[in-house]
Design a protein around this ligand. Structure first.
Ligand code: M6R
Length: 366
């Protein structure tokens, strides 16, 4: 059932091109001009009444929610907050009937996420669930359900659930934008076309997994590592950092690149590995100047950049390149080398990749 792979995690990483296709699948009209989300029961009028959106989830699903927040705010210009479920449920969030609450959960059984969903419903909000398990508690209790067709995810470290959650947010963001007419039709078509290229682009990254393996073996003996990025790159950095901690047990932190010099830069010394994500075109120059702050102190930087981005490549020790896509969609590609990195680092350290210590696949207790 591992389909010839040594671990479920690796199988699931390689499942991603198909998982993207299955999740996008029939949700794009045949002429590629619009999103079709028949499973969303909200009428256009109900969508027009939404004043704010809360995205609530745990762990990796929360990190997908952070990308979702940026996507929806950019495409629809409705204010979105993203919250960790265990915080949300106890902070007396301001929920009104005009709030749309989106809960994200691979398993659909996470106790804190389910409690947040119930709290939202009690407060009169409409709840939309993004989940990978049809018939799960979350899917039964939500008003609308957007299923991620990732297929069963067995490894504790979430990979294809995260990336299909991203697909769900792109589709949802575009769907809201087409309903509220906040985006030019040509822009919708362009984004949908770029989404349809993602599976092949993921395949081309996976074909270069050896590059990441070599880097993983190099950093496997380190105890600390940093990820930096701005905007969506920062959201992906958080996910890369969680994955690395979870299965390799290497301590890592994700930092907004511009925030480094407000404290964390003190930890950068000779040889400390730093992974810098630079896929947000308008911010690359800023990120490059943060990279220079790191290299000036001896930090060793792996840059993740678009093919042909010499500006970033010039400023780092080594680069892993990502095929060109829209900056908005880049998280769906950038996270792939980070997943591979955590996998190979875990392997190099002799850990149980699929069953990391102290963790369960589904956290059904508070
Ligand atoms: O099933 P859920 O998506 O609700 O699970 C949420 C988290 O427990 C989960 O994403 C966790 O963070 C992963 N093990 C991370 O790889």
């Amino acid at each position: 059932e591992k389909a010839g792979f040594d671990h479920f995690m690796m199988k699931e990483i390689y499942d991603q091109p198909k998982a993207y296709r299955d999740t996008i699948g029939s949700r794009i009209s045949e002429d590629g001009s619009r999103v079709v989300l028949d499973e969303i029961g909200m009428t256009a009028d109900e969508i027009r009444r939404i004043r704010n959106i809360h995205i609530v989830a745990c762990g990796t699903a929360y990190h997908a929610g952070l990308v979702g927040k940026s996507v929806i705010e950019k495409l629809v210009r409705i204010p979105v907050e993203a919250d960790v479920a265990s915080e949300y449920r106890y902070r007396a969030p301001i929920i009104t009937p005009e709030t749309l609450v989106i809960v994200v959960s691979q398993s659909g059984e996470t106790a804190d996420t389910l409690a947040a969903l119930r709290e939202a419903k009690r407060s009169g909000a409409r709840v939309l669930a993004i989940t990978n398990v049809v018939g799960s508690s979350v899917s039964r209790e939500a008003d609308d359900v957007l299923v991620t067709w990732a297929g069963p995810e067995i490894a504790v470290a979430s990979t294809k659930a995260y990336t299909t959650q991203l697909m769900a947010f792109y589709l949802l963001g575009l769907y809201l934008a087409q309903t509220l007419e906040t985006l030019e039709q040509a822009e919708i078509v362009r984004t949908l076309a770029a989404m349809q290229s993602l599976p092949e682009q993921v395949e081309s990254i996976l074909a270069r997994s050896e590059e990441i393996k070599a880097y993983a073996e190099k950093i496997a003996s380190h105890e600390h590592l940093f990820f930096i990025g701005r905007g969506l790159d920062y959201a992906v950095a958080l996910e890369g950092s969680l994955k690395l901690k979870e299965i390799s047990y290497i301590h890592s932190e994700a930092y907004p690149a511009g925030e480094l010099k407000h404290g964390t830069l003190a930890l950068i010394e000779e040889g400390v590995p730093v992974i810098a994500l630079g896929l947000q075109t308008e911010l690359i120059e800023k990120t490059v100047s943060n990279i220079k702050e790191v290299t000036a102190r001896g930090g060793e930087v792996l840059g993740i950049a678009y093919e042909g981005d010499n500006e970033l490549a010039k400023s780092v020790d080594r680069t892993f390149s990502i095929p060109r896509t829209l900056d908005l969609l880049s998280p769906a590609l950038t996270v792939i080398p980070l997943q591979l990195l955590s996998y190979y680092a875990s392997l190099a350290r002799g850990n149980d990749v699929d069953k990391p210590r102290n963790l369960a696949k589904s956290v059904t207790v508070e």
